[in-house]
Design a protein around this ligand. Structure first.
Ligand code: FMN
Length: 312
């Protein structure tokens, strides 16, 4: 284990702070990168039962990023336990199971099933997904629906519980506090921003679902700002995610208060990006006399700037 980069998410130790963002990484990367170099594995969100996902097309490129509306196709929990868990357990990094459900009770039921499965180190509750009891609004849009689902999840499982928040909320601080109040172990900030693209020749939306999640470099300032706000207002670890492509992006998230980061869209452009970032972060720390990640995490110098006093 490379101690220089080691971090802890609650009680879960990670050898380094770099991990994939759910849905942007899977077993097919195995021949391309050394999986043992990652901080953790976060797998594609799955649901308890099988579901087929959204109509095609499910992704499209836009300026500075991409849109996706995959719709969480899922082979169900039995497949996850029989195929996905054993695959990743051949490697050292801890396995984080990203889960989704239509209701708080269904979330809790799935978490309870996973609790008894050997080889799952943490649950990432993708509460950025639609809540059927709130007319399809994502659980993490509001503090009250977040409270309800995290409370039920917390009762259902003693496994480390991460909550993945949505930047589509207008009140990220209240939502993050709701996770902390109900016993969540970490928050992931965050998921995609709701977007849309139209093919002007056909006048058809570019996504089968019409709207979809916007990800990539353009969303970095938004999710970085929310990471900073959450770090300032909750004491559980914050995991930053959104638009990370370079070492500079990783450093910004760490300085803003992220204990670890997730890399998403960039995996599609450069499949070796995550292990490249681990190496670049190691080199940066060595070159800059950084002894541990605590020298970086939350270390942005945000002392107030001098007031502007000149007359206009
Ligand atoms: C094709 C695609 C599929 C995704 N699937 C999931 C998913 O299943 N669960 C989830 O929580 N987030 C999912 N996401 C969101 C990413 O995990 C990540 O939060 C988001 O893309 C922002 O990071 P990025 O800008 O680095 O991509 C998906 C993103 C993309 C682009």
């Amino acid at each position: 284990m490379n101690n220089l980069l080691a971090v802890k998410i609650g009680n879960l130790p990670l050898q380094n702070p770099i991990m994939p963002a759910s849905g942007t990484f899977d077993t097919t990367l195995e021949p391309l990168i050394d999986f043992n170099q990652l901080g953790a594995f976060v797998t594609k969100t799955f649901t308890q039962s099988r579901r087929s996902g959204n109509a095609l097309p499910r992704i499209c490129e836009v300026s500075s990023g991409m849109l996706n509306a995959i719709g969480i196709p899922s082979k169900g929990v039995e497949h996850y336990i029989s195929d996905v868990v054993p695959f990743f357990n051949r490697y050292q990094p801890p396995l984080v199971a990203s889960i989704s459900a239509n209701t708080a009770a269904e979330f809790a039921q799935l978490a309870e099933i996973l609790t008894d499965v050997k080889g799952i180190a943490a649950i990432e509750a993708n509460i950025s997904c639609p809540n059927i009891e709130a007319h399809g609004k994502a659980f993490a849009i509001a503090a009250d629906s977040t409270k309800k689902v995290i409370k039920m999840l917390r009762r259902a499982t003693p496994l480390p519980l991460w909550a993945k928040l949505t930047p589509n909320t207008g009140d990220i601080i209240s939502v993050a506090k709701a996770v902390e109040d109900e016993g969540g172990d970490a928050i992931v900030v965050g998921n995609t921003l709701l977007g849309m693209a139209i093919d002007v020749k056909t006048r058809r939306p570019k996504l089968g679902n019409i709207m979809g999640g916007f990800s990539g470099p353009a969303i970095k300032p938004i999710n970085l700002r929310m990471t900073y706000q959450c770090f300032k207002h909750v004491s559980i670890p914050v995991i930053g995610c959104g638009g990370i492509e370079t070492l500079n992006d990783v450093l910004e998230y760490l300085l803003a208060g992220a204990t670890a980061v997730q890399v998403g869209t960039a995996n599609f452009i450069e499949p070796t990006i995550m292990t490249d970032l681990v190496q670049q972060l190691t080199d940066y720390c060595q070159a800059n006399n950084i002894k541990s990640m605590t020298d970086l995490i939350g270390q942005v110098d945000d002392t107030p700037f001098e007031p502007y006093t000149a007359l206009s």
